[in-house]
Design a protein around this ligand. Structure first.
Ligand SMILES: Nc1ncnc2c1ncn2[C@@H]1O[C@H](COP(=O)(O)OP(=O)(O)OP(=O)(O)O)[C@@H](O)[C@H]1O
Length: 852
């Protein structure tokens, strides 16, 4: 019998197939000739046969390295049923004779985990070599590469075996390998002139689609309805979720709707997982809701739908998971539902990873996933392109973008603004900075970099940040912008094509640039229909007050005033009378005698606080702002204003932020102990928990201006005092009696501390406050009360943990979290942290918990 005939005979005899699929025969032939092979073929294309047939032809053992015991067990079982001698070595092996049998060449196919392969003694290999090893296969070979989506360190060790098995052909197999992963595989396994078989990645029978979702219940209800419809037709469905919590949530909803669903994730015991898998394979379950733990080795032919509820880590992972669909070649459907927060998980995925290369690969992979989600062109083309395969057409006719014609609009103006902003910011930022500039933000970063002086600052206010981000992704996918990972950051810059476009355009003239609107952009515009009104208003000439709704004036009055002001300035007209819209933020920025000019945002904050008497909290949430700002930011503005010579009522400020006399002197002590005011953290570390960074900053500014600590209230804020419990009042009363303090408390708990004498204290003036009480005792009592209060509050909840972590950018070890929330036991805290981790709210890195 000739070689080819023998191959056909084996195929028929053991597998029952009448012909080989593409590439199978060539690979088998090369392997039997002793050549190394790299096999890159789509999921379900039949790669396994490439290592299963040779041992049956040459009668020598084939070694197969596979990442999962369960996968090996499945394969061994199936092969045995076909009359092939197959076995595996590993921790789950109960047959004590298996290793001896293997060493004596009993098996046609011997499966090993990479760890086991490296642990076997050299004598094992030498004995088996004497009998003959026909090939050494590495399945799921992309696990060898740090560029791969599923890198496993153990795979890296396999090169050690190359020295012992120097004459054995190595066969690496994977369904997902980009160019650099392929090179990595060949180098890592020290393959010699390998025969490379790259099959088509095009799964023609699969429809690809993407939808945007929010985590709302109504969306989940819609999903359940959709699944009910799907399961009414034949075939199975797999729903992949990013977290176990989501798996459980969706599973419960499906069960409620009477759908036969199963569940599968890494925290289930192996028995429960096996049972779930078995029921699914036998069609006793219609739907499997799973994490990606349900992945490799799922060879169920009739999976008709794969739904991803959340954007996967990479295109490779997506391709592999969606590849569980339609393995029998019948028409099947893959939907991906994503939400914006899916793209912010790079830090989480980087987890414990030590290698910078690997971290960069993770970030780049996630970026590619994001691009896939936001794509408005053919999805199949994008997927194939990712794997280096060209689709001859721009319209595959079997993805959502090719079937639904999208609304296109001339986005030349918007694109010009965005590209110009990115260019003006230097092209060294992510998208946030240039978009914030367009939206007129005066954040510290923007003001410090003087981006608020750019002519385009604030010109893009009428679109939301998300809208601009979606446009940016359009421009990326059309080649006008480039996204790169520099060290650990994603930056966006204008590409040569974008620069060309910019240079041929100006603020008033741009050549048309028609781009499709994404669902997100359309949703955003629908939601913000009033901003649509604003855009219309912008185009109105002359401005006409008819048709302005009350709502429009209330919500956008400030914006309209600005348009009118700019218009009148440009026309050299004066506006009669002072506009006194309640929503308008004061805009005049006079420079007082001894004051230096400060940024408008700071001046506004100072004026509202100082002249209008608004509280920090009111300023932060002032209705005239496009969006609220943080109270800390307002405080920082006030401190900056003070440093530029603007008048500040320190007593009022200290009272508002509850900076007590005791805190003030504690902070001064800490500063002198440390001997430096440069860094706040060491100062903070020396102080009690309730002393915040805001307290420290304020104190330092006051110190530097020689403001006397006497201006600081000795006891609690009068308004806050009213909120004290009766216990607190009682304690204060006791203190007041003991110390014969002039502070009086009425029985309703209202403090009558006389702040009036300090009313006019400013940064320039500093008369001493006449308070002769024993402040220390009062405030130390208060201190105790606060502490006692925080002990009740120290029972951990998810919200409290999140709030607390907000103040610890550098991360906190578990022990410190447990100590802080000593009202709860450790298990409870660990459980909450686990929930937060699985919700991607926090992540753990080098044993420190941080906010995402
Ligand atoms: N020549 C053939 N004729 C008919 N069916 C075949 C042939 N080769 C393989 N198959 C079948 O195709 C299915 C997929 O094969 P296999 O599991 O080897 O794919 P794979 O490429 O390893 O996929 P994955 O990467 O997802 O593991 C199996 O059910 C297998 O029996």
């Amino acid at each position: 019998m000739g070689d080819r005939e023998e191959m056909d005979f084996v195929l028929k005899k053991y597998f029952g197939y009448s012909g080989f699929r593409a590439y199978q025969k060539e690979v088998i032939q090369k392997v039997t000739e002793g050549r190394d092979c790299l096999v890159v073929m789509a999921t379900g294309s039949g790669k396994s046969l490439c290592y299963q047939v040779p041992p049956l032809i040459v009668g020598k053992t084939a070694i197969v390295v596979s990442p999962l015991i369960s996968l090996m067990q499945d394969q061994v079982m199936t092969l045995k049923q076909r009359g092939i001698r197959a076995g595996y070595l590993g921790s789950a092996q109960t047959d004590s004779t298996a290793q001896t049998k293997a060493e004596n060449g009993y098996f046609h196919l011997l499966f090993l985990t990479p760890e086991k392969a490296c642990l076997l003694p050299a004598s094992f290999w030498l004995n088996l070599l004497k009998l003959g090893i026909c090939l050494f296969a590495v399945d799921e070979a992309h696990c060898i590469s740090e560029w791969g989506h599923d890198f496993r360190v153990e795979y890296k060790q396999l090169d050690k075996l190359r020295a012992i098995l120097s004459d054995v052909p190595f066969v690496a197999l994977t369904a997902t390998a980009t160019e650099n992963v392929r090179v990595d595989i060949i180098n890592s396994l020290k393959m010699k002139d390998p025969y490379v078989a790259i099959g088509s990645f095009d799964r023609k029978n699969i429809f690809y689609g993407v939808k945007h979702h929010n985590h709302s219940q109504s969306f989940l209800d819609e999903l359940v309805q959709e699944i009910s419809r799907l399961v009414a037709n034949a075939g199975s469905t797999i729903i992949y979720c990013l977290t176990i919590k989501e798996v459980e949530r969706i599973f419960k909803s499906l069960q409620k709707a009477g759908i036969k669903a199963g569940i599968y994730h890494g925290q289930m015991g192996s028995k429960a997982r096996e049972e779930s898998h078995r029921l699914f394979i036998r069609d006793e379950l219609q739907v499997m809701v799973a994490t990606i733990a349900f992945g490799m080795g799922i060879d169920k032919p009739n999976v008709r739908h794969v739904i991803h509820y959340g954007c996967p880590k990479s295109i490779e992972a997506y391709y592999q998971e969606s590849g569980r669909c339609g393995r029998d070649g019948m028409a099947s459907v893959c939907w991906l539902y994503y939400t914006g927060s899916d793209f912010a998980k790079a830090e989480f995925y980087c987890g414990e990873s030590q290698s910078e290369n690997h971290k960069r690969a993770i970030r780049e992979s996630l970026m590619a996933g994001q691009r896939y989600c936001l794509l408005t062109t053919c999805r199949r083309k994008f997927l194939l392109d990712h794997f280096g395969e060209k689709l001859s057409t721009d319209n595959c006719g079997n993805c959502d973008n090719c079937l639904v014609s999208r609304r296109e609009r001339d986005m030349s103006k918007e694109s010009f603004l965005l590209m110009a902003s990115i260019q003006s910011c230097g092209g060294n930022w992510g998208l946030k900075m240039p978009i914030d500039v367009l939206r007129g933000s005066r954040s510290k970063k923007i003001v410090d970099a003087q981006f608020d002086k750019l002519p385009l600052h604030g010109l893009g206010k009428s679109y939301s940040s998300n809208w601009w981000k979606a446009l940016a992704h359009q421009l990326i996918s059309h080649g006008y912008l480039m996204e790169t990972v520099k060290d650990v950051y994603r930056t966006v810059s204008v590409s040569p094509k974008g620069k060309q476009h910019l240079s041929s355009a100006g603020p008033d003239h741009q050549s048309p640039l028609y781009l499709p609107l994404t669902d997100e952009m359309l949703d955003d515009e629908d939601q913000d229909s009033t901003s649509g009104e604003i855009r219309k208003v912008k185009n109105l000439a002359p401005l006409d007050n008819e048709g302005f709704s009350e709502h429009l004036v209330r919500t956008h009055g400030d914006y309209l005033l600005n348009i009118i002001r700019h218009l009148s300035e440009s026309l050299n007209l004066s506006l009669d009378g002072e506009a006194s819209f309640q929503t308008a933020i004061p805009k005049a920025h006079p420079v007082l005698n001894n004051q230096r000019k400060i940024a408008p945002a700071k001046y506004d904050a100072w004026k509202m606080w100082h002249a209008d008497g608004l509280s920090v909290q009111k300023i932060a949430n002032f209705p005239g702002r496009p969006a609220p700002i943080k109270e800390q930011t307002v405080l920082q503005y006030l401190l900056d204003a003070a440093q530029e010579g603007f008048e500040i009522d320190w007593t009022r400020l200290c009272s508002e932020i509850e900076l007590t006399h005791q805190m003030f002197s504690d902070i001064c002590d800490a500063v002198s102990k440390i001997g430096s005011r440069e860094k706040l953290k060491p100062i903070k570390d020396k102080l009690p928990e309730e002393t915040s960074y805001t307290h420290i900053r304020t104190c330092l500014v006051m110190q530097s201006y020689g403001i006397s600590p006497e201006v600081v209230a000795p006891c609690c804020n009068p308004q806050k005092t009213a909120e004290l419990s009766s216990e607190a009042v009682e304690s204060c009363l006791i203190d007041a009696c003991h110390t014969k303090s002039p502070h009086e408390f009425d029985m309703s708990g209202n403090s009558m501390v006389h702040f009036s004498s300090s009313k006019n204290l400013t940064s320039a003036q500093g008369p001493k406050l006449d308070l002769d009480c024993n402040d220390d005792l009062v405030s130390s009592k208060r201190h105790k009360l606060v502490h006692k209060g925080s002990s009740t509050a120290s029972e951990a909840t998810e919200d409290l943990i999140l709030n607390w972590l907000k103040n610890h950018d550098e991360g906190v070890p578990l022990s410190a979290i447990v100590e802080h929330f000593h009202g709860s036991n450790k298990e409870h805290v660990v459980k909450l942290l686990g929930n937060l981790e699985s919700d991607f709210m926090v992540f753990r890195k080098k044993d420190l918990y941080r906010l995402m």
